[in-house]
Design a binder for this molecule. Structure first.
Ligand code: SIN
Length: 473
């Protein structure tokens, strides 16, 4: 495997200063990759801009063929990709394997969607004119991706961008560059022409600024924090870039008295503890109605006790390490804050004895609105539970946040479920479902959780421009 930058069809950057990649489970140094900056970002933009002139003229069928081959190579390389992901990110190997398939499916889905980008004919107001809507690739795309899903967050940008006829400059997280490099290598093997896909790794602020301020980059697609999203939005305004921002969340899980309690507990575990609580759609605050409050906590605790914490490479592990020490510190601060403010610890609440960035799955009851974890993303395996009495009360609690990415509702009542979902402001809702993400469905948030959608046919529009053509005949 090349652990290098890839610009204009060349693996490059040997002479640059190195960025160190560590295994979060052991602290061990696993690789060194070149630390690029402005110069490399500009070279990548130049390459992508040149390649766009040719790539944008290829047919959707040609692009679909290459994307299909890329998908197949990902599946053939499942084990290597999954092991790489676990070693640089920490997630359990079974979850990493699942992510390889999830990621590959974005490529396959958009290989198919490439052939379904239809324009429109518009009824004319003048018999001497014909009106049409043409769709065109937006141009050079900058894709800035996070560490929590090193493969899937990249392919859900690459898939639609390449299918639409755009070229791309990728800037993956410095915590997890290896999976991204491997994916680019597989794309090269699939046969994408030089300059169509480029990857630059290094300083986020320097590379980010170069990508955001360059007028040749017409679209920026980013997954990460709301804080960084706001900076990108300001920088992108200089050249009025098209933006897709998948930002922070603070998902409520609402469990009504009439829920199927086993389904609610299983859904809560799926949402809360996936990726050790490090996803933007993880339930962050759990509201349980008063009649089943104690029963829900007892059952959740019984199931959470069964979760095994450890190195993601080990058999049977459910909760891997957090990405770094700062992640562990944030979780500890949230837990101490909640306990100081009167919440009760039911389970966990500390790091296990094992060395590494581990934190025990944790259940906290009697949480209240003033606690940090009820307002900020914890990004760790902590489940705070608050009691509520009425639907009006829980709707107010759920909406009382600047975020609006995902929410979960557990109820067997069609009228209660419908009423709550209509009233809560979240872009994604799992109704009796703790894992709603799917490549064919639009993923994205409201309010400060972002702009635009990824996945589904809606995800393709983010990489297309509309051109209205009025033809005099
Ligand atoms: C994310 O955490 O940003 C993505 C999670 C998903 O795709 O389900």
């Amino acid at each position: 495997m090349h652990n290098l930058l890839y610009i204009d069809g060349e693996w490059t950057g040997e002479a640059l200063e190195k960025l160190l990649v560590h295994n979060p489970a052991t602290g061990e140094l696993i690789s060194e990759v070149p630390k690029g900056g402005k110069k490399e970002a500009v070279a990548a933009i130049e390459a992508a801009d040149d390649a766009f002139k040719i790539w944008s003229k290829t047919t959707a069928f040609e692009r679909a063929k290459l994307l299909k081959r890329f998908y197949e190579l990902m599946i053939e390389n499942e084990t290597e990709l999954a092991e790489l992901m676990t070693s640089e990110m920490g997630k359990p190997l079974s979850e990493a394997r699942g992510e390889v398939h999830y990621a590959a499916n974005y490529i396959e889905w958009y290989a198919e969607e490439a052939k379904r980008v239809y324009g429109e004919t518009i009824p004319t107001h003048d018999s001497n004119k014909r009106l049409q809507l043409w769709k065109k690739p937006v141009g050079v795309v900058a894709a800035i991706t996070p560490w929590n899903f090193p493969a899937a967050m990249l392919t859900r940008k690459m898939g639609p961008a390449l299918a639409a006829g755009c070229t791309i400059v990728i800037k993956p997280s410095s915590e997890t560059p290896l999976t991204a490099i491997k994916l680019v290598q597989l794309a090269e093997e699939a046969g994408f022409p030089k300059g169509v896909i480029n990857i630059v790794i290094g300083s986020s602020s320097e590379i980010g600024e170069a990508l955001l301020l360059d007028s040749r980059v017409r679209k920026v697609t980013f997954t990460g924090s709301t804080e960084v999203g706001k900076i990108l939005m300001k920088q992108g305004s200089e050249t009025i870039k098209k933006l897709s921002l998948e930002l922070g969340g603070h998902a409520p899980i609402i469990v009504l008295d009439d829920a199927d309690i086993n389904r609610a507990v299983a859904g809560t575990i799926a949402s809360k503890f996936r990726n050790s609580g490090q996803t933007c759609v993880c339930g962050n605050r759990i509201y349980v109605q008063s009649k089943i409050y104690n029963k829900f906590i007892d059952l959740l605790t019984e199931r959470v006790r069964e979760l095994k914490v450890g190195n993601g490479m080990a058999e049977g592990v459910n909760i891997g390490p957090l990405i770094n020490k700062a992640g562990v510190e944030k979780v500890s601060t949230h837990v101490s804050d909640a306990l100081e403010k009167g919440a009760q610890l039911v389970y966990g609440g500390k790091q296990p004895s094992e060395k590494g960035n581990y934190y025990l799955p944790t259940i906290i009851k009697d949480a209240t609105n003033d606690m940090l974890m009820m307002n900020e993303e914890t990004f760790g395996p902590v489940a705070p539970i608050q009691k509520f009495e009425t639907i009006d009360e829980v709707v107010h609690l759920a909406n009382d946040t600047p975020f609006g990415l995902a929410a979960y509702v557990f109820t067997e009542s069609i009228s209660n479920g419908t009423r709550i979902i209509e009233e809560i402001d979240f872009g994604i809702v799992g109704w009796n479902d703790g894992a709603p993400s799917a490549v064919q469905a639009p993923f994205g948030g409201l309010k400060e959780s972002g702009l635009g959608r990824e996945g589904g046919h809606q995800g393709m529009d983010e990489f297309l421009e509309m051109q209205y053509v009025s033809i005099g005949i």
